[in-house]
Design a protein around this ligand. Structure first.
Ligand SMILES: NC(=O)c1ccc[n+]([C@@H]2O[C@H](COP(=O)([O-])OP(=O)(O)OC[C@H]3O[C@@H](n4cnc5c(N)ncnc54)[C@H](OP(=O)(O)O)[C@@H]3O)[C@@H](O)[C@H]2O)c1
Length: 335
């Protein structure tokens, strides 16, 4: 679709800033981009009372609470919406889409599409080709998640604390529950006391199943926060339905959309957040057979979750989303 205006809701945030940069890099004229945030500042206007219009495409990245309140207002005004928060991801009537994984779910009749959790998005870009080629029996994933996944303030916190730590000064956590500088801890999202899983792990499991169309796929997930500024890393261990050699797996992943292989054993060159940062693809490497499981394959996935896990995915949805069908009684094209 090519909307009249692209409205970025949450333009000053970690994701919003990426969206503005990507739109500018595509050459979208500035007068067709509207930046909205809490208050007027830095060229952005306040979201409160903003008059959305038909033919607007609104990209929401201001958190679930804002989306729950404001997305219905944008839809009522006739806008189309891509929501990057978790507000609508569990609503089965709202497509949850990563175009190279389940782009067929995009329908011109829909007015609202959800972008998935960033960790699930990166994971599914790597898992979808394996599911198509060999089938997946089970997935085990451990994540090493960058602080920018928790927003712009978390980036500031890592930088501030790193300087303080080097100066032997107190670290004073504000965004995270414990110091992030020179530390690693379980993802800070709410922990379910009954299951022991945190909310991020639940999202990865639920959304990966939905994106792959495999509601019963066994998935074990451990989400950790690491002192990296941007790009999440994921160590993935899969059991395939049809056992495959390393080379077969490498060929399938190397040919898959959205993936670049970084898998040079001789040079010990594999995916890292520094390589993945600022890129629109997902890096995959360290592909190897696991021991004791003839159908087991291990790999490392690394992707810029602000780009591929959020902003790039939103623009890919925009590109692939068919235009709305004309009303049934609209005149057809001339014969
Ligand atoms: N960070 C990621 O890697 C990532 C990836 C995928 C999805 N997401 C989702 O994207 C959303 C944004 O994440 P983020 O990391 O970009 O957060 P962030 O850096 O904290 O930015 C939040 C943005 O929302 C705006 N905002 C907050 N409350 C508002 C309100 N009441 N009215 C208007 N604007 C308001 C802020 O504006 P002010 O600056 O004016 O306060 C800011 O522009 C979240 O739902 C998150 O789950 C994030």
């Amino acid at each position: 679709m090519s909307p009249r205006r692209v409205v970025v809701v949450g333009s000053s945030g970690a994701v919003g800033r990426e969206l503005l940069a990507l739109l500018a890099a595509r050459g979208v004229p500035p007068d067709r981009v509207v930046a909205l945030r809490r208050r007027a500042a830095d060229g952005a206007v306040p979201l409160d009372g903003f008059p959305f219009a038909p033919d607007d495409l609104a990209l929401f990245c201001a958190g679930a609470e804002v989306s729950r309140r404001e997305v219905p207002r944008a839809l009522a005004a006739g806008a189309r919406v891509i929501d990057l928060s978790s507000a609508f991801r569990r609503d089965e009537t709202v497509p949850l889409v990563v175009p190279e994984v389940n782009g067929d779910a995009l329908d011109g009749a829909d007015r609202l599409v959800a972008g998935p959790n960033c960790t699930a998005t990166l994971l599914c870009v790597a898992l979808a080709p394996l599911e198509r080629a060999f089938g997946l029996e089970r997935v085990v994933v451990a994540t090493y998640q960058a602080v920018s996944g928790a927003g712009a303030r978390a980036i500031d916190e890592l930088r501030r604390q790193t300087r303080a730590a080097l100066d032997d000064a107190p670290l004073r956590p504000e965004v995270f529950p414990e110091p992030i500088a020179f530390n690693v801890f379980s993802h800070e999202s709410a922990l379910d006391p009954a299951t022991g899983r945190n909310d991020e792990e639940e999202k990865v499991i639920r959304e990966t199943r939905r994106l792959l169309g495999r509601p019963d796929l066994p998935i074990a997930c451990t989400c950790m926060r690491v002192p990296v500024e941007r790009a999440h890393t994921e160590a993935v261990d899969v059991t395939l339905r049809r056992p495959a050699s390393e080379d077969e797996v490498r060929a399938v992943l190397g040919a898959a959309p959205g993936i670049s292989l970084v898998d040079d054993r001789a040079a010990a060159r594999f995916p890292t957040p520094r390589l993945a940062g600022g890129r629109d693809d997902v890096l995959v490497g360290r592909i190897r057979r696991s021991t004791g499981d003839p159908a087991g394959i291990q790999l490392v996935v690394c992707g810029d979750q602000l780009r591929k896990g959020a902003a790039t995915n939103a623009l890919a949805i925009m590109d692939r989303w068919p235009p709305a069908a004309p009303p049934a009684d609209a005149p057809g094209p001339p014969a």
